[in-house]
Design a protein around this ligand. Structure first.
Ligand SMILES: NC(=O)C1=CN([C@@H]2O[C@H](COP(=O)(O)OP(=O)(O)OC[C@H]3O[C@@H](n4cnc5c(N)ncnc54)[C@H](O)[C@@H]3O)[C@@H](O)[C@H]2O)C=CC1
Ligand SMILES: O=C(O)C(=O)Cc1ccc(O)cc1
Length: 364
């Protein structure tokens, strides 16, 4: 039975969904863009089977409609779709980073035979646009669904089944609770990263030394400050009330540090680092809240061209399956440390021994 999937907004997330679904049995993926000039790009990038600037054409006969536009445009799309002829049983879902307002909007404009199920893949990056789309983006990540009470279980299960192609782990969460949690673990960190970068940017104007000396820690904590301004403007405004409350708590945390420093209270400073260290150590570190454990080793990578490809080839020749590799930058001009991740402990052990025998500094 043919399944038509329409994706509105084929950027990082829409494009990655397209890559996960295109070419799967019976599935045809149609991309929609409000800018006719970007239709060719999504075809060339291979993320959709067909592309159109007509909402009617994209939505006609679709079994699933994914809204992947900025949060500030979601409600307008939902309202417009509701005025179009849609296939009976059609499921409309979105990928927006907030869920309370779009879920409330869906309840006000729901219509019989068309089901809205809010969604939020808890994976992404600071990059944006279809060029950054990846088949692997959602693998092992959590994918939140926020169906309202009126959504038939059959529709929920149909969407869950389709999303199986993303290899993400589906979790059902209440939309308001979703925004509170994601406000704390994603939206607040983005604000903090941006505020910190801008603070340092202002100091840097005097001499340029801050920029030059900025080390690994600054880069680690501020990567997400490079995220798309429009996408994040919309997310923050949509989760305004939650964020205002979280920022009050943040001010209290910072006041705590001011107080500890004023009092030269070394003991409390130490305790603050210990508490953070312990909680962070307990996080499911393995990227994107992974379902399956990964086993990691770290190696120092010498600074010469082709070294990373050489290491991957050496493991390949030994038939050791590498699950992921990541350069952990310490300085801009030095490759630094390479993290190699394996799904099997014995593969990690074999890699460790092999690379050690080849003269690499390997550690766990
Ligand atoms: N960036 C991330 O890491 C994540 C983003 N999200 C959510 O996914 C959605 C899309 O974000 P990304 O794919 O990152 O952004 P993106 O910028 O890569 O893609 C956005 C897409 O929407 C289209 N678009 C932009 N403005 C529009 C407008 N005014 N009207 C109609 N279409 C418009 C763009 O042409 C583009 O195809 C957002 O709602 C965001 O909150 C969810 C999870 C992760
Ligand atoms: O790049 C990162 O670490 C992110 O935090 C990506 C991200 C951005 C927005 C979301 O709604 C979910 C995930």
């Amino acid at each position: 039975m043919a399944i038509k999937v329409a994706i509105f907004g084929v950027g990082l997330i829409g494009g990655s969904l397209g890559l996960c679904l295109k070419g799967k049995p019976e599935i045809t993926v149609v991309g929609h863009s409000h800018r006719p000039g970007s239709l060719n790009r999504m075809i060339e990038r291979g993320v959709v089977d067909a592309a159109t600037a007509s909402m009617e054409e994209a939505a006609a006969d679709a079994d699933f409609i994914f809204l992947c536009v900025p949060v500030g445009n979601l409600e307008e799309y939902l309202r417009k779709l509701n005025e179009l002829p849609l296939k009976p049983g059609c499921i409309i879902t979105d990928v927006g980073s907030t869920k309370a307002s779009i879920s409330a909007c869906a309840e006000t404009c729901s219509r019989p035979g068309v089901h809205f199920i809010g969604g939020h893949p808890m994976a992404g990056s600071e990059r944006s646009g279809v060029e950054a789309a990846s088949t692997l983006l959602f693998e092992n990540a959590f994918y939140v669904l926020t169906p309202s009470a009126g959504v038939p279980e059959e529709a929920y299960l149909r969407l869950e089944q389709l999303l199986g192609y993303t290899r993400a782990q589906i979790v059902r969460v209440d939309p308001v609770l979703h925004d509170e949690i994601v406000g704390a673990i994603s939206h607040l960190p983005h604000i903090i990263a941006v505020a910190l970068v801008n603070q340092v940017c202002d100091y840097d104007k005097d001499n340029g030394l801050h920029r030059m000396l900025a080390a690994g820690g600054f880069r680690d904590i501020t990567r997400i400050a490079s995220s798309d301004p429009i996408i994040w403007r919309d997310i923050l405004l949509s989760n305004r009330d939650v964020l205002l409350s979280l920022l009050q708590d943040w001010n209290r945390e910072i006041d705590g540090f001011i107080h500890m420093l004023e009092e030269r209270d070394g003991e409390r400073i130490e305790q603050a680092f210990q508490k953070a260290n312990q909680f962070r150590g307990e996080l499911p570190e393995r990227r994107k809240g992974a379902i399956t454990s990964l086993y990691d080793i770290y190696i120092d990578v010498p600074d010469h061209p082709g070294i990373i490809g050489q290491i991957a080839t050496e493991l390949g020749v030994q038939h050791i399956n590498l699950s992921n590799m990541q350069i952990i930058e310490s300085r801009e001009d030095v490759p630094g440390v390479l993290r190699l991740s394996f799904r099997q402990e014995n593969e990690m052990e074999r890699a460790k021994q092999h690379l050690h025998a080849q003269g690499y500094a390997v550690y766990l």
